[in-house]
Ligand binder design. Structure first.
Ligand code: GDP
Ligand code: MG
Length: 374
């Protein structure tokens, strides 16, 4: 399954715009009718007016129904986001209203066209066409609330992160301000996409890097995996549970300097909770902002030179070398000083490759030219 491109959803027109377009097509279709016999001509004109306007209206409505993904086709993570953002029931109801409308007006078109075919009375033909237009307007009018709902839902959905579940996804967790976004930016090959979750006003980042034709996505979790779990409501728990389905691995970020404002004790409690919640996922713990803690200069410099010489084109155990915190033994990194980033990326690739082995997307080590822009 690929990512849902919420940003690609087209603007939803108002009901009167849909009607105007439909009726104007109907008018044009009638203008193109030529028949010397007045009865035949009017009959054809009235039928064309009804049919082309209904076809145009149905096309407009059904295009939206087709372009909006059906809930059944979505990943659990996306379902949880849609539910929290706009409500699943409303999502389904309002899209089905468009389908209902389309069916109703097609049936009006059929009924009134038959009446026109059966009569030779020109006045009655006109009246039947007018009656059809009146009923069509009323039915389309009944969808106006749904169209408005869809338009505002589109604005909300456009901001949701889109994750492609056919590629690996690294879920980044940790307390606020520990440096998650900075790390996502540093690991990403381009500028991370800015998105938002329905659970928080904080923006989140979705970045990615490529290795051997696989896109490794990195997604932030503000509002989800950044504060004590007892503060969670049901919908947030649902989204967290769904993270298990998209996440290949969890990168838990700790700010050992405590500059983030959350104590180490609290950060470690959060880590325990995340481990409990996502117990099927492998969790890699990294301590960032290494530049802010006391590290022996010699040790730092010698690690830096080792890291610079790592060959990322062939990731094996030799390329997985880290500077570690002497006290906690956790991996140290610094986005500010570009320390440990290459190694952590290699570690992520290595772990994901291992967990993916046997899956068709995985490609054997060394089958392909080395990645120059790693
Ligand atoms: N000194 C230092 N500051 C950092 C580092 N990484 C992030 N920061 C700073 O920490 C603050 C919070 O970072 P941010 O990435 O927004 O944290 P998030 O809330 O976890 O996404 C920002 O002011 C960053 O500049 C680092 O490696 N070293
Ligand atoms: Mg952030």
């Amino acid at each position: 399954m690929t990512a849902v491109h919420w940003k690609k959803l087209a603007t939803v027109p108002f009901s009167d715009e849909i009607l105007d377009k439909g009726f104007s097509r109907g008018r044009k279709a009638a203008e193109n009718v030529y028949d010397p016999n007045k009865t035949f001509r009017v009959r054809k004109q009235m039928i064309r007016m009804i049919q082309s306007s209904v076809d145009t209206i149905c096309d407009q409505l059904m295009n939206h129904v087709k372009n909006w993904p059906s809930i059944e086709s979505l990943e659990l993570f996306d379902i949880a986001l849609v539910d929290a953002a706009v409500g699943l029931d409303d999502y389904k109801h309002n899209l089905s209203m468009l389908q209902w409308c389309s069916k109703q007006i097609s049936s009006i078109a059929r009924q009134n066209t038959e009446k026109i075919i059966r009569t030779a009375n020109i006045e009655f033909m006109h009246a039947t066409r007018r009656e059809a237009y009146g009923r069509i307007s009323s039915i389309v009018g009944q969808t106006s609330k749904s169209l408005e709902w869809l338009n505002s839902a589109r604005e909300t959905l456009k901001k949701l992160p889109s994750i492609d579940s056919s590629h690996p996804c690294i879920v980044v967790a940790g307390a606020p301000n520990v440096g998650k976004s900075a790390l996502i930016s540093s690991l990403s090959s381009g500028k991370p996409e800015v998105a938002s979750y329905p659970f928080t006003t904080k923006q989140l980042h979705v970045g990615h890097f490529d290795h051997r034709r696989l896109k490794y996505q990195i997604v932030d979790t503000p509002g989800l995996l950044d504060r004590p779990m007892q503060e969670r409501n049901q919908i947030e728990m649902q989204a967290i549970a769904a993270l298990e389905h998209i996440g290949s691995i969890v990168l838990f970020v700790i700010d050992y300097s405590e500059e983030c404002g959350t104590s180490l004790v609290e950060q470690n409690n959060l880590l325990k909770e995340v481990k409990n919640l996502l117990n099927k996922k492998e969790i890699i713990v990294v301590e960032t902002k290494a530049d802010l803690i006391n590290i022996d200069k010699k040790e730092w410099n010698s690690y830096k030179s080792i890291e610079t010489n790592i060959d990322s084109s062939n990731i094996d155990s030799k390329s997985l070398i880290f500077l570690r915190n002497n006290i906690t033994n956790n991996i140290l990194i610094s986005t500010k000083e570009n320390l440990g980033l290459k190694s952590i990326k290699n570690l992520l690739i290595n772990k994901i490759q291992k967990s993916n082995s046997g899956k068709p997307l995985e490609l054997p080590e060394g089958w392909y030219r080395s990645d120059k822009n790693f």
